[in-house]
Design a protein around this ligand. Sequence first.
Ligand SMILES: Cc1cc2nc3c(=O)[nH]c(=O)nc-3n(C[C@H](O)[C@H](O)[C@H](O)COP(=O)(O)OP(=O)(O)OC[C@H]3O[C@@H](n4cnc5c(N)ncnc54)[C@H](O)[C@@H]3O)c2cc1C
Length: 426
Amino acid sequence: MPKIIIIGGGWAGCAAALGAAKAGAQVTLLERTDMLLGTGLVGGIMRNNGRFTATEEMIAMGGGDLLRICDGTARHSNIEFPGHKHASLYDIAKTPVEVQKHLEKLGVDIVFEARITHTTMDGKAIRSVRDEQGRIFEGDGFVDATGTAGPMNNCIKYGNGCAMCVLRCPSFGGRVSVAGLAGIEEMIGKKANGSIGAMSGSCKLYKESLAQEIQDELSTRGVSVIPIPEELIEDHLGVKACQQYALDAFKDNIILLDTGHAKLMSPFFSLERLRKIPGFENARYEDPYSGGKGNSMRYFSMAPRDNSLKVLGVENLFCAGEKAGLLVGHTEAIVSGVLAGHNCVRFSMGIVSLELPGELVIGDAIAYVKEAMSTEEGMGKKYTFSGSVYFDRMKALNLYSTNVQEIKERVEAQGLTEIFDRNIVS
Ligand SMILES: Cc1cc2nc3c(=O)[nH]c(=O)nc-3n(C[C@H](O)[C@H](O)[C@H](O)COP(=O)(O)OP(=O)(O)OC[C@H]3O[C@@H](n4cnc5c(N)ncnc54)[C@H](O)[C@@H]3O)c2cc1C
């Protein structure tokens, strides 16, 4: 049975573990901190706009377990907020626990506080990785799902300092890229103005610190939109990683979503100004703790890869999520993760890797982002099924659909129904 080692337990790594386990491999998932989901510990928005189509495609292909878990832990489903339709918001506390239980049920060995800092190579292949504690993990195939966020020195150099976010670099050590350890030169994302990295686009307020009527609206509707008095408006749209939320409505209003926290759709917002807005007199931040000043920085190290998600230059390394390019979001990390994990098993078995066709939105997005990243202009943008340039492309190509039957038929027409649910080892 092939041994697959996944490094990074964010959404991409969890999905890669799922994809590899379902394909029949023995899977070990190594995570730097003490919790799964990475940046997904503070996100929560699913199924908005084109993410609905990608979600249903992955479910039809048999790799939708984690997406189904998010449906099951949703605090609110089918909600609307400016520019976004049929969104659901998963519960940020319950979801990581449900994901962990599911992966363990599939036989995935999850090792926490395993920060990988060394690779042992055999020519152009990785033979093993080693964590800070000196533990060695040997494998036939590896998936780099270490993301692109931080570490602290990047947040300090390119952002407004370490904002003390859920990634908790001071306690667990910062992100380390496996592709980088294997000697691969990686790519760095830029903002539209050419400066390096991008700032995470939302911060979370302690819900109970808000006025009762705001709390009630969040609990019942899932969303609350509060106009900002003109003199208190702050414009941070240009620094956002998630360009689908870089609309004027997100500058002119406080847009809150209920994920357990009150998710404020701005990278940061001065606490002094915020507390001048009626209903926010006692507001305080939950993540990052310094949400009045900054946020985590991302998109520092993306691996060159092909459309099967194999890292170019290393024989047995695949990548997923933000590591695989400028595709932003949980859904994006999950769908690429399942493919990377599945293909890593194929590689270990000597079976040709799977590339998803352009007739499916997931296949088109993976290929389109790779292509876009070959130009300087493309490197200055971010891509997501949920808005901005890629959602426009989905609509132009008639790939956007909320008709579940139609999406199933598209997958069927490509002969890919339940492809990720097949054991290819035994
Ligand atoms: C504040 C914030 C809010 C967001 N909100 C949303 C939202 O509502 N909806 C949405 O779709 N997207 C949202 N996003 C974007 C989304 O979270 C990411 O694009 C996506 O989840 C990235 O997943 P990933 O697994 O590629 O990377 P990450 O989430 O960064 O996960 C990488 C993991 O690898 C681990 N790691 C790193 N180095 C090592 C190492 N050397 N050894 C072992 N482990 C390592 C890290 O600890 C981490 O757990 C948000 C992002 C942020 C920061």
